[in-house]
Write a protein that binds this ligand. Structure first.
Ligand SMILES: [Zn+2]
Ligand SMILES: [Zn+2]
Length: 315
C-alpha cells in the first residue's frame, strides 16, 4: 500500500496568508549565506533544505491509500481536489477502482466531494462507504441546488453507496477494512485498512479525553500492529480546555493510549485552523517531550501530518 496525505486541516480549509509567506521568506533569507544566493542551483539547494520553505498545508481531510489497481480515499475534504488532479494526470482516474471511505459528514470531510472530477466521468464506477446507512441521502443534500449547481441525479458516474458495520473486517477490493465508532457530535467512524500484513489506521474527529480510562483499551486494540496511525490531535493541552465538547482531542491522550502498543508511526492530524506552521511544529515538539516522559519505552515515531507526506507499505 502506498499512502499519501492530501489534506491535513480540521474544521475549515486554511490557506497560507501573505503575512505567513512573508514571515517564511524573512526566516529563509535570514539563514542564507552569500554563497546560498550565488546561483539558481545554490538558491534551489537552500530552498530544498530549509524548514522555512515548506508548510503543513491548509486543505481539509483527505488521505490516499493505493494498491494494485485500487485507490482508497479516506474522506473527501478539500484535499481531494488535488488528488483528483493527480489521478487524472497519471491515468488512474480511468484505470483504477475508486473507493471513498467517509468518517462522517461534517463539511470539512465532504466539501471536496463536488470537486472530485471522477464523479462527472460517464460510466465511471465509484463506491462510497460509511458507518452510516444514510450515506446517499446525506450526499444528496450536499448536491442539492441550494448547496451546489450540479444535482446528485445529474452526476454522470455510477455511484454505489454502502453501509459498513462495526465488527469483523470486511474484504473490499483486496484489502480488509474495519471501522470503529468515534466520540464526536452526531456520528463519526475511524478506519483500519489492512493488506498483506501492513496497515494504516485513520482515527479522526474524536474526543478521547471524554473518557480516557474506558477508551484506552479499545483504541489500543484497534491499532495494534498498524504501521501508520493517523489521529485527531487538533488541540494543544490549553486550547483543549477551551474547546471541551467540540469533539476533538489532544495528542497527549493518544500517547498514553499507545505507550505499550506495537505501531510504526503516530501522526498528529486535523490541525487547528488557528495553528500556523510554527504552532503545529511547537505542538509536535511538545508531544515528543511528553512521549519521552510518558512513553519512554515506546518504539514508534511521532510526526505531524503535512500535505505530501507518504509511506510505502509494500504491495
Ligand atoms: Zn473534522
Ligand atoms: Zn467532525
Amino acid at each position: 500500500m502506498h499512502i499519501r496525505i492530501w489534506g491535513v486541516r480540521g474544521s475549515l480549509a486554511t490557506p497560507m496568508t501573505t503575512k505567513d509567506l512573508k514571515a517564511k521568506l524573512q526566516s529563509l533569507l535570514k539563514e542564507a549565506s552569500p554563497g546560498d544566493l550565488s546561483s539558481p542551483e545554490a538558491i534551489q539547494s537552500l530552498i530544498d533544505r530549509s524548514p522555512h520553505a515548506a508548510t503543513y498545508g491548509g486543505n481539509t481531510s483527505c488521505l490516499e491509500v493505493s494498491f494494485d489497481g485500487s485507490v482508497f480515499i479516506l474522506d473527501a475534504g478539500t484535499g481531494i481536489r488535488n488528488l483528483a488532479t493527480q489521478l487524472l494526470s497519471d491515468g488512474r482516474a480511468t484505470t483504477s477502482n475508486l473507493h471513498i471511505f467517509l468518517t462522517h459528514f461534517h463539511w470539512d470531510h465532504i466539501c471536496g466531494f463536488p470537486f472530485f472530477v471522477p464523479i462527472y466521468q460517464p460510466g465511471r464506477r465509484l463506491d462510497i462507504w460509511s458507518g452510516r446507512s444514510d450515506v446517499e441521502e446525506l450526499l444528496r443534500v450536499q448536491m442539492s441546488s441550494a448547496h451546489f449547481p450540479v444535482k446528485w441525479d445529474k452526476l454522470a458516474s455510477d455511484i454505489h453507496c454502502h453501509h459498513l458495520e462495526e465488527g469483523p473486517a470486511q474484504q473490499i477490493a483486496g484489502a480488509e477494512v474495519r471501522i470503529l465508532s468515534m466520540i464526536h457530535p452526531d456520528k463519526a467512524f475511524g478506519y483500519r485498512i489492512d493488506r498483506n500484513g501492513r496497515s494504516i489506521c485513520y482515527l479522526t474527529d474524536t474526543e478521547v479525553s471524554k473518557n480516557p480510562n474506558a477508551l484506552a483499551k479499545p483504541y489500543a486494540d484497534f491499532v495494534e500492529g498498524a504501521d501508520v496511525v493517523v489521529v485527531d490531535a487538533m488541540y494543544g493541552f490549553l486550547e483543549y480546555h477551551e474547546k471541551i465538547n467540540f469533539g476533538h482531542s489532544t495528542i497527549y491522550n493518544w500517547i498514553d493510549f499507545f505507550k505499550d502498543s506495537r505501531i510504526g508511526e503516530l501522526v498528529i492530524f486535523h490541525h487547528d485552523p488557528n495553528a500556523d506552521d510554527a504552532a503545529v511544529t511547537q505542538l509536535l515538539r511538545s508531544a515528543r517531550s511528553y512521549k519521552d516522559i510518558a512513553a519512554p519505552d515506546a518504539r514508534w515515531s511521532l510526526s505531524a501530518a503535512y500535505e505530501g507526506q507518504e509511506w510505502d507499505l509494500g504491495k
